[in-house]
Design a binder for this molecule. Structure first.
Ligand SMILES: CC(=O)SCCNC(=O)CCNC(=O)[C@H](O)C(C)(C)COP(=O)(O)OP(=O)(O)OC[C@H]1O[C@@H](n2cnc3c(N)ncnc32)[C@H](O)[C@@H]1OP(=O)(O)O
Length: 402
C-alpha cells in the first residue's frame, strides 16, 4: 500500500477534499453551482489532507468560530468540518494521522478548542472530544397547545423574506451575543455555507423575527413538511431558533403555535432547561422527542480553557487531566471560585480530557461521571465540591450545527 503524505492543503485542492468528505458520507460530488458557496468552508491554512500520488484520499478541515463559556467569555474555537477518508483507504490509520495534524494546525492558529457535531458518536472519544452540550427535540400537538394566559405577550413577530435574511439574520444572531454557555459564533462563511446554500437549494423556509422594546431579539426558521395525513394540514419543522430572553422566546413560541393548518410543531434543538410544557394549558401537549448530544468539544489547551471560565462558590478541588492523544496537554489544576491554576498538589479527582469536556460547560456532573467509572476518585468529598464549582445558572446550549 502506498504511504500517504499528511499536509496542509493548497487552494486548488479544496474541491477535491470537499468531495472526499461528501462521498465518504454517501453524497454525490459537489456541483459547480453549489461549490460557489460551499468553497467558503475553506480558509487558508486550516484544511489538512492525506495525499497519495498527488490525489486527496482523506481530509479534515476547520472553520473559525468562538465559544461562550460560563462567565460569558468567548474563546477562540475552530469548528471541525469536512472530515472523511476514501473507502479504499480506511482502517489504515489515516484519520489518526489527520487528527494529529488538525490539532497541531488549530493550536498553531491560536484556537484553544475544537468543536464539532459528529456524524458518528463512536469515533471521537479516542481523540479526546467529549459531549459538552445537549439539546432537546420537541413535538407539540397543535390542537392541544393553547398557551396559558400568564405567558408574556410583549413584543411583535414579523416574517422576513429569505433574501433579506441574508443580511438580517447574521446581524441579529451576533446581536444576541453570548446569551448562554455553549453558544458559538457564526462567521460570515458559516452563514454562506450553512444558510445561504440551503436557501438557494430551493427549500421554502419561513423566517420569523421577534422584536421587543429594544429591537429585534430572536428568530425562528421553519419549513412545512407533508405528514401524510389527509387534508391540507402539515407538520412545521423548526430548524433554527435563538432568542436571548424569556419575552422573545415566548413571543416566538406564540407565533409558531398560532399558525393555521398545522397538526404539530417539531423543533430539533432547544435548551434542555426550557420548560415549554409549563407554558401550555395542557402540560402533555408538548412531548420530548429526544435529548441529544449536540456540541462535542476537544480541549486543546487545558490550562487556558480552565482559566477562562468562572466557577461557583465551593471548596477548592485538585483535578488531574490526562490527555493520552496529546500528552503535553495533561496537567494538574487547583480549581476554586477564584479560578483554575496549575498545581503540584496531590490530585483528588482524575479525568481523561474528553471527560473534562463533558463537565466543562456544566452539562454533566463529576459525580454522575464518577458513577459510571469515568472519574478516578482519590477523595470522595471532592466530587460534590467539583459539581458545585462547575455548575451553571442556565443549561449550556449550542443550537448551531457545524
Ligand atoms: C462530521 C463527521 O463526523 S465526519 C467523521 C465521520 N465520517 C464518516 O463516518 C465518513 C465515513 N468514514 C470515514 O470517512 C472513515 O472511515 C473515518 C473518518 C470514520 C475513519 O477513518 P480511518 O482512516 O479509517 O480511521 P483510522 O484507520 O485512522 O482509525 C482511527 C481510529 O478510529 C477507529 N475507527 C475508525 N473508524 C471508526 C468508526 N466508524 N467507529 C469507531 N471507531 C472507528 C479505528 O479503529 C482507529 O482506532 P485505534 O486508533 O484505537 O486503532
Amino acid at each position: 500500500m502506498r504511504k500517504a503524505e499528511i499536509r496542509r492543503l493548497e487552494v486548488d485542492e479544496y474541491r477535491a477534499a470537499y468531495d472526499v468528505a461528501r462521498v465518504s458520507q454517501h453524497n454525490p460530488p459537489v456541483s459547480t453551482s453549489e461549490w460557489d458557496l460551499a468553497r467558503h468552508v475553506y480558509e487558508p491554512g486550516l484544511a489538512v489532507g492525506a495525499i497519495v500520488d498527488g490525489a486527496v484520499v482523506g481530509t479534515v478541515n476547520l472553520l473559525p468560530s468562538q465559544l461562550t463559556v460560563p462567565g460569558g467569555a468567548s474563546l477562540p474555537m475552530a469548528a471541525s468540518t469536512g472530515s472523511g477518508v476514501h473507502t479504499d483507504y480506511t482502517r489504515q490509520g489515516l484519520f489518526n494521522r489527520l487528527k494529529q495534524a488538525q490539532f497541531d494546525t488549530a493550536a498553531e492558529h491560536g484556537y484553544l478548542l475544537i468543536g464539532n457535531t459528529p456524524a458518528q458518536a463512536t469515533l471521537y472519544g479516542r481523540f479526546g472530544h467529549g459531549v459538552s452540550t445537549q439539546s432537546r427535540a420537541l413535538r407539540i400537538r397543535k390542537h392541544e397547545a393553547r398557551l396559558r394566559s400568564e405567558v408574556p405577550a410583549e413584543g411583535t413577530v414579523r416574517l422576513i423574506d429569505p433574501e433579506s435574511s441574508l443580511e438580517l439574520l447574521p446581524k441579529l444572531y451576533e446581536q444576541l451575543g453570548p446569551y448562554r454557555p455553549g453558544v458559538i459564533a457564526r462567521s460570515a462563511h458559516w452563514w454562506k455555507v450553512y444558510w445561504e446554500r440551503a436557501m438557494r437549494a430551493g427549500q421554502h423556509f419561513r423566517i420569523a423575527v421577534h422584536s421587543g422594546a429594544a429591537g429585534d431579539d430572536g428568530f425562528a426558521v421553519y419549513a412545512a413538511k407533508d405528514n401524510g395525513s389527509p387534508g391540507p394540514n402539515v407538520t412545521l419543522l423548526v430548524t433554527d431558533f435563538h432568542a436571548a430572553g424569556p419575552a422573545a422566546t415566548a413571543g416566538l413560541w406564540r407565533h409558531l403555535l398560532s399558525i393555521d393548518l398545522v397538526d404539530e410543531v417539531c423543533v430539533r434543538t432547544r435548551p434542555t432547561d426550557e420548560l415549554v410544557e409549563a407554558m401550555l394549558v395542557d402540560w402533555r401537549g408538548c412531548r420530548t422527542h429526544s435529548i441529544d448530544d449536540e456540541l462535542w468539544l476537544r480541549l486543546l489547551d487545558v490550562p487556558a480553557v480552565l482559566a477562562a471560565r468562572t466557577y461557583c462558590d465551593a471548596k477548592p478541588v485538585v483535578l488531574e487531566v490526562v490527555d493520552a492523544f496529546r500528552p503535553a496537554n495533561s496537567g494538574r489544576f487547583r480549581i476554586s471560585p477564584e479560578g483554575a491554576v496549575p498545581t503540584s498538589e496531590t490530585a483528588q479527582l482524575t479525568v481523561d480530557v474528553d471527560v473534562l469536556a463533558m463537565a466543562y460547560l456544566g452539562t454533566t456532573k463529576f459525580s454522575t461521571l464518577a458513577g459510571i467509572g469515568r472519574v478516578q476518585v482519590a477523595e470522595p468529598a471532592a466530587l460534590a465540591h467539583a459539581d458545585r464549582l462547575f455548575a451553571t445558572d442556565v443549561a449550556s446550549f449550542c443550537g448551531t450545527p457545524v
